[in-house]
Design a protein around this ligand. Structure first.
Ligand code: NAD
Ligand code: IPM
Ligand code: MN
Length: 370
């Protein structure tokens, strides 16, 4: 059965990098018979400009019916003219919540070819291979009450609520422990149990789920501020890091420094499987719309392309093809292919498209007929 992949390019560099990820997926359709059909849909600021809605009904229906979404980026500077209600309607947060994709996998692997692009010493990052399991559909991003309110004395205050139920913590913990069993069997749970009640409950529930169901997996707890330090000081000590929505957002960007650029990092947001074993899935690079370089054709497409590799692994269930794509990215980098964000030694700087051409050439070379 052909899998329906809804492509949501979005704002800024979103369309530039998503086009390249689609070109790569089309290579897998053509050359490896992976059964995917990609369809592009408008949402957000681009949809507003054309149709005066940020979420056309056709887009929402396609999102809900899709086997997976391939998302570019959201965030344009000129959204002030869009009414707040409309902005929420077309928001990434609404999609994540509606799809219930609570487990956000953000893998970070040190690319040997990029050691010089990293601000860290080569020996510090060599072999780093970790994955965040970021809780994505609860916590302070969604907690209520929230809003900007005016007190009786006229003072305005901004209010958000950091809240987790036991069930929300337990399911993401189970995801992390299960994933760890397929890796190096080690989980670091990151919270601020010393300051926040939601953090104390997080630690309690993770500990209980571990003791009850996953005692074979090594578990450590770490405070989030220390984790920010350890990601730079000793990233090889981590295997799976499970953490809440906000810490996961910030700490995964911190880990982007390992390869020198946010443009390198992919992600997959997954739901629990339905009875037929299918997960809802949203794949996206972790970077944003990068307004400073949008429209220039110079953005690094590798975060989007590696997100496509995650789609091959999790949605197409083609792990050998996912490995092939990850290896092709490694070979393109090893051959010296660099976009501006990861170029440090005066290597010729490639455009977004030319970087993808280098990956496609490596894919061609991976086939027996060359
Ligand atoms: P950003 O990720 O857009 O950019 C941060 C820095 O990294 C910029 O200097 C940018 O040029 C660089 N960068 C990012 N991706 C790159 C790539 N692929 N290649 C080369 N360089 C790259 O973060 P920001 O500037 O803090 O936010 C800009 C907008 O993006 C905001 O509106 C924000 O809300 C939004 N945002 C969206 C997402 C998402 O869609 N998932 C994620 C983060 C930020
Ligand atoms: C990310 C982004 C988003 C987040 C924003 C755009 C809502 O930073 O996907 O990392 O904070 O989750
Ligand atoms: Mn982020």
């Amino acid at each position: 059965m052909t899998l329906r992949i809804v492509v949501l390019p979005g704002d800024g560099i979103g369309p530039e990098v998503t086009d390249e990820a689609v070109r790569v997926l089309e290579w897998f359709v053509r050359r490896r018979a992976v059964p995917l059909a990609m369809e592009r849909r408008l949402f957000g600021a681009a949809a507003w400009a054309e149709q005066r809605t940020t979420m056309p009904d056709a887009t929402w229906d396609a999102i809900m019916a899709a086997d997976a979404l391939l998302f570019g980026a959201t965030g344009s500077l000129d959204q002030k003219h869009i009414p707040p209600e409309e902005r929420r309607k077309g928001s990434l947060l609404r999609m994540r919540k509606a799809l219930d994709v609570f487990a956000n996998l953000r893998p970070v692997k040190a690319q040997p070819a990029l050691a010089e692009a990293s601000p860290y010493k080569a020996r510090t990052i060599a072999g780093a291979d970790l994955v965040f399991v970021r809780e994505l559909t609860a916590g302070v991003y969604f907690g209520t009450p929230r809003g900007i309110q005016t007190l009786p004395d006229g003072t305005r205050w901004g209010l958000n609520t950091h809240a987790y139920t036991e069930a929300e913590i337990a399911r993401v913990a189970r995801f992390a422990f299960t994933l760890a069993r397929t890796r190096r069997n080690h989980v670091t749970s990151v919270d601020k149990a010393n300051v926040m009640e939601a953090g104390a409950l997080w630690r309690e529930v993770v500990t209980a789920v571990h003791a009850r169901e996953f005692a074979d997996v090594a578990l450590e707890h770490m405070l989030a501020d220390n984790c920010a330090l350890q990601l730079g000081r000793a990233p090889t000590r981590f295997d799976v890091i499970v953490t809440d929505n906000l810490f996961g957002d910030i700490l995964s960007d911190c880990a982007g420094a390992i390869n020198g650029s946010l443009g390198m990092l992919p992600s997959a947001a997954l739901s629990d499987p339905d009875p037929a074993g299918r997960r809802r899935a949203l794949y996206e690079p972790i970077h944003g719309s990068a307004p400073d370089i949008a429209g220039m054709g110079v953005a690094n497409p590798l975060g989007a392309i590696l997100s496509a590799a995650m789609l091959l692994r999790w949605t197409a269930k083609a792990p050998a093809e996912a490995d092939r794509l990850e290896a092709a990215v490694g070979s393109a980098l090893a051959s010296g292919a660099r976009t501006a964000d990861i170029a440090v030694h005066g290597e010729p700087v490639l455009t977004t498209r030319a970087m993808t051409d280098a990956v496609l050439a490596a894919l061609d070379a991976s086939l027996p007929e060359g």
